[in-house]
Design a protein around this ligand. Sequence first.
Ligand code: S3P
Ligand code: PEP
Length: 426
Amino acid sequence: MTSVWSTPHRPAPVDAVVALPGSKSITARELILAAIADGRSRLVRPLRARDTDLMAGGLRALGARIDEDGTDWVVTPQPLRGPAEVDAGLAGTVLRFLPPVAALATGPVRLDGDARLRERPNAGLLAALRALGVDVDHDGRGRAPFTVHGTGRVRGGPVEVDASESSQIVSGLLLAAARFDEGLDLSLTGGVPSMPHVDMTVTTLRERGVAVTATDRGWRVSPGPIAALDRVIEPDLSTAAPFLAAALVTGGRVTVRDWPEVTTQPGARLDRLLADMGAEVARTPEGLQVTGTGRIRPLVADLGEVGELTPVLAALCALADGPSRLTGIGHLRGHETDRLQALDEVLTAVGARVEQLPDGLVIEPGARRPALLDSYADHRMVHAAAVLGLAIEGVQAGNPGAVTKTLPDFVDRWAALLDEPAGVVP
Ligand SMILES: O=C(O)C1=C[C@@H](OP(=O)(O)O)[C@@H](O)[C@H](O)C1
Ligand SMILES: C=C(OP(=O)(O)O)C(=O)O
């Protein structure tokens, strides 16, 4: 992909129906569980993007068999073994879900990734693994690169876990825990962001017959079998955010197809969040339909449970008719980039006044101006730039290739949404 994308400007209302690929988070969980299950599992419509391909690659490096059958993945568990090298890219899911599985392998498994991955917090996970009797070499800060020296078994049992920097630390431990000799009795030492993602983990485990119970301080997973299961992956509702936002910005109408009736995906909260910002939201036989008036109301919200929606919502806030306040998202400083800093820079560049809080952002719209916006190697910052560009002529996104993380053909899909040619500038 070229290095600068001139994002399409679109003052006229959009009117589109959008089909989206599978959820990154559900695909990651199903790959992990399928690889340590009791038999073969089929994943129908998994997300094929950098993060999930890296997850499959990491599991294959440990010995799991993952075959392609059309667009499905068929996963056949095999004995897990090192030595292996795992490339986690920039994927938090690989960084936090793979090491507990590596601990169940025999031999050393080294995990590394992009330069920014080495900055992403992970000390809580590695400390927990060590407390469970796993030998892990790391730099002392608990960050990548590190090596897990698996012996083929993990004792398990009670463990205290600091997951204040990422819910994925909890999810990673719970996903592998049924294979630990004593299961796991996980007690939190503090808060956890993105709780719906932990609920997603618990639900996914229960669907495969794993006994998980909530306790006063965390969760208990009993040791036992993990059922093989064929699973259709839901569309990614967080990826839906920029497409639905286009309805608000242009005063148009966008329907995302096959919106699940019941889901643990945090993107499901878009219905209420976008309604709070002035959209009409309806479920139709086709999916979730969002209709905008062209006016956007400011948002005052704690986004701690739905942090990954922040870049797109913050872009909408910069186009709203008053100041917004987004809180509960201090942990976004450890995401693909420091998202609070990145959003401050980008929204300021297009004319908003932004104040960073320790755990959030205050965004006051100002006189709009064109700008070349960095992508910070962050897929969701490209989505945010695209949303801004609908309303502000002359918005360019540098390095739009960051979208490969979760939606490699985002630029083409955005053009299709607007029914325009792709608009990529060499
Ligand atoms: O478990 C998951 O699939 C995810 C959990 C969340 O991570 P954090 O708790 O680190 O925010 C979320 O932001 C990320 O995009 C996906
Ligand atoms: C935070 C995100 O990703 P990761 O799974 O790499 O943490 C995200 O997709 O917004």
